[in-house]
Design a protein around this ligand. Structure first.
Ligand code: PXG
Ligand code: PLP
Length: 440
């Protein structure tokens, strides 16, 4: 049995993205998890409405993944992948390449979404350089974008509190406008119809700096962490067309949308828009062992595979790129996704999900409900002068009453494991219905 006893003090752990003092005064601690539920340290069951943090797509503590990690740890705990290797990452990359649409055929491994983003940005910059276009150094992100917490990801990210404490960040970064406009799109089901023209701003930025200076554009196909922003119909297609026109690489950050969240393997497939690089993490291992990855199209990889064969082509990598435990966990995760057809399952449940979450329209404080695949955002009116407080109160009440939700500002985000049943959806909506009526 694992020892889950608590230390005398919770003080030493400096918690990430958390109001430490508030949390430690009234902690929410999990002891175990199975499938759709967590069990708290005081023995209460909590329905997981967020798949952990958008990542446990196959549900918790799946035997097959547990067994794969166990076996791998006992057989080959670690082997570097710098100038040597082990079969794990080769087998996993080969399998992922076959799963991915088009010529997204090469995989660079990292250990998190943040590392995947930094890797993709560096590959984009280096790609232009190895092709003799070293002037392409500018990167373009988007307002309200979240691309993790590395300096690269924060620089292209568009969430002010994540940026403002950390100095000047990367130079030469611009931001597209975000696509969230309640006055046009409130209560849209699926993709909103208004807003494709917001991609035209890319033309303006490109013209301002000259195309010869721009390396890449990075966006989340569906922005998750900033509160579920669904791309307007035609928007991603426009970004792709403008990037093509000017020789700019398009990077999709699929850390949340990857591995079935939208009811397809990746957003690339869901939207039918082909980026040049794709970042993933989270669902790649069902969050059981940390792993991130970047998928690159063939011509990108090939551009590096020139020159002397004994020369290192990309001066980049992590000690744990392709870690044996992560590779074993990812292979077992892909087995489950495949055997249980979980991406199709998400697609089949999506209409029921849509109706269920939109039934919250009309409840107190609800100013928008939006959804795609098995994601939903429920936006609450902000208490004047107290941003985030109302949604946080909803989170606390939901947790106390047996449902885990995630909040961003005053937006409730739902992203359940893809194994859920209709009765779990009903339960989530019942919880929210009750809690919304209890809120000030
Ligand atoms: N890109 C995207 C699109 C993400 O959603 C990252 C990069 C960074 O991944 P790592 O593994 O470095 O955390 C993410 C992570 C939230 C929340 O509140 C979302 C994330 C992380 C923490 C909180 O929704 N997404
Ligand atoms: N810092 C030091 C002193 C190191 O030696 C290394 C790796 O060897 C790193 C940071 C980077 O660690 P990682 O490869 O796990 O990202």
């Amino acid at each position: 049995m694992l020892d889950i006893s608590l230390p005398e003090s919770l003080d030493a752990f400096w918690m990430p993205f958390t109001a430490n003092r508030q949390f430690k005064a009234n902690p929410r601690l999990m002891a175990s998890a199975k499938d759709m539920h967590y069990t708290t340290v005081d023995g209460r069951q909590v329905l997981d409405g967020t798949a952990g943090l958008w990542c446990v797509n196959a549900g918790h503590c799946r035997d097959r993944i547990v067994e794969a990690i166990h076996q791998q740890a006992a057989t080959l705990d670690f082997s570097p992948t710098f100038q040597m290797g082990h079969p794990g990452p080769f087998a996993l990359a080969d399998r992922l390449a076959k799963m991915l649409p088009g010529d997204l055929d090469h995989v660079f491994f990292a250990n998190s979404g943040s590392e995947a983003v930094d890797t993709a940005l560096k590959i984009a910059l280096a790609y232009h350089r190895v092709r003799g276009e070293a002037s392409r150094t500018r990167l373009i992100g988007r307002e309200r974008g979240y691309h993790g917490v590395g300096f690269g990801g924060v620089s292209v990210g568009g969430i002010a509190p994540n940026r403002k404490f950390f100095g000047s960040l990367l130079p030469g970064v611009d931001h597209l406008p975000h696509t969230h406009h309640l006055e046009q799109n409130a209560f849209s089901k699926g993709q909103p119809t208004w807003g494709a023209h917001l991609a035209d701003e890319l033309e303006r930025i490109v013209t301002l700096h000259d195309p010869s200076t721009i390396a890449a554009v990075i966006v989340e196909p569906v922005a998750g962490s900033t509160g579920v922003l669904i791309p307007p119909v035609g928007y991603l297609e426009k970004l792709r067309a403008i990037c093509d026109k000017y020789g700019i690489l398009l990077i999709f950050d699929e850390v949340i949308t990857g591995f079935g969240r939208l009811g397809k393997s990746f957003a690339v497939e869901y939207f039918g828009v082909m980026p040049d690089l794709v970042c993933v993490a989270k669902g790649i291992t069902n969050a059981s062992v940390p792993m991130g990855a970047v998928f690159a199209r063939s011509y990108l990889y090939d551009a590096f595979m020139q020159g002397q064969e004994n020369a290192i082509e990309l001066f980049h990598g992590y000690t744990y790129s392709g870690h044996p435990l992560a590779c074993a966990a990812a292979m077992a995760t892909l087995d489950i996704y495949e055997e249980e057809q979980l991406f199709d399952r998400a697609a089949q449940l999506a209409p029921y999900w849509e109706e269920a979450v939109h039934s919250l329209k009309g409840l107190p404080h609800v100013i928008d409900v939006r959804n795609l695949g098995l994601v939903a955002g429920i936006e609450l009116a902000t208490i004047p002068g107290q941003p985030g407080v109302r949604a946080y109160n909803a989170l606390v009440r939901c947790f106390e009453q047996g449902l885990l939700i995630r909040t961003a500002g005053d937006i409730i985000a739902l992203s359940p494991p893809l194994i859920l049943e209709k009765h779990h959806i009903d339960q989530m909506v019942e919880h929210l219905n009750r809690v919304l009526k209890q809120l000030d």
